[in-house]
Design a binder for this molecule. Structure first.
Ligand SMILES: Cc1cc2nc3c(=O)[nH]c(=O)nc-3n(C[C@H](O)[C@H](O)[C@H](O)COP(=O)(O)OP(=O)(O)OC[C@H]3O[C@@H](n4cnc5c(N)ncnc54)[C@H](O)[C@@H]3O)c2cc1C
Length: 299
């Protein structure tokens, strides 16, 4: 049972989180904060610490499965901390954690900066992309990242962490294990390129996705990590699971590594479908597919 006894400004209670995820599932947040700047965020973290309340950080919720039971404690959504500064001459770009990746990709392309064309179709925030080391085609977030500014939840202090200290590899970073909140990121993009070609490449990347992935339906993108040298989508397709359903959740007929919400899916439907896929793959191939998507609120 969730209780609202926090009574703090800028913090709402009993907020349905389905609207905060691209899968459009999930129960309520006991408390929800959407800070618009670092001062508001620092106050919220300070108050949560004083009251010994656990916090969950979310960006655009595009890689999250939030349980139907919702989240106890405080959910902090960083989407309202957005914006970026672009130096067209040097190619140095500073983006706040809540800046949508597709917006950033468009803005830097317009300035003729090369290096984020791959990110146009990824509906996450800069903060979430860094934590996940999001990537596509031959690019990933780590490639052009200089450093990140983080707020440490345990001590409430700000730190700058350089790229090589973040232990980036395929869809992972050390930030997935630490209680560090990404506030902003510094990128070094390549200036002086042909602006028209960069815009064209960015548009082509988006068009390719629209054709090959079920973009018009709620999903979280690829559910499973690709096993080394293999494609999770191909493995799932070969087992014949395209179109397979659990309640309102369905293995996409367009791209088998996507699970789509047909409209009435619950987090449990999706979670069950993930388990079914894992079991069938293990039965057939003897190895387990590991989810890329992060689960929150599952005991
Ligand atoms: C249609 C679709 C296509 C996609 N395509 C791709 C793709 O091609 N490549 C790819 O890599 N991903 C893809 N994704 C997945 C997703 O968009 C990325 O993982 C994205 O980077 C997640 O960002 P987010 O802001 O939504 O993070 P969330 O999903 O909100 O959070 C993801 C994780 O990061 C943490 N987090 C978020 N923000 C912060 C922060 N500021 N500080 C600390 N922790 C934070 C959360 O606690 C959580 O653990 C796709 C998703 C969809 C829906």
């Amino acid at each position: 049972m969730l209780h609202n006894n926090m009574n703090l400004p800028n913090i709402k209670s009993f907020i349905p989180l389905a609207n905060f995820t691209t899968w459009k599932v999930g129960g309520q947040a006991q408390w929800l904060a959407e800070p618009r700047n670092l001062d508001e965020l620092s106050d919220i973290i300070y108050m949560a610490k004083q009251k010994r309340i656990c916090s969950h950080i979310i960006g655009a919720g595009s890689n999250l499965l939030i349980s139907d039971q919702g989240l106890k404690g405080l959910t902090i959504c960083l989407k309202k901390m957005h914006g970026c500064q672009i130096n067209q001459k040097t190619g140095v770009v500073e983006a706040l954690a809540g800046e949508p990746l597709p917006n950033l990709a468009r803005k830097v392309a317009k300035e003729g900066l090369h290096g984020l064309e791959w990110s146009i179709g990824i509906p996450g925030t800069v903060g979430g992309a860094i934590v996940m080391n999001a990537g596509a085609q031959d690019g990933c977030t780590a490639d052009k990242l200089i450093s990140v500014k983080v707020l440490s939840i345990p001590d409430g202090k700000l730190y700058e962490i350089k790229n090589d200290e973040l232990n980036f590899s395929y869809r992972t970073s050390m930030l997935q294990k630490e209680q560090l909140l990404v506030i902003s990121a510094l990128f070094q993009l390549d200036p002086g390129r042909n602006k028209k070609a960069i815009i064209e490449q960015t548009n082509n990347n988006l068009n390719h996705r629209l054709k090959t992935q079920p973009y018009h339906l709620p999903s979280c993108g690829s559910v499973f990590r690709n096993p080394e040298g293999l494609k999770a989508g191909r493995i799932i397709e070969e087992i014949g699971l395209k179109g397979f359903c659990s309640g309102g959740a369905e293995v996409s007929r367009l791209h088998a590594n996507f699970i789509i919400n047909k409209g009435s899916a619950t987090a449990e439907d999706i979670s069950n479908l993930i388990s079914i896929i894992q079991n069938k793959v293990e039965e057939k191939h003897g190895f387990v597919l590991h989810p890329e998507v992060k689960r929150l609120g599952f005991e």
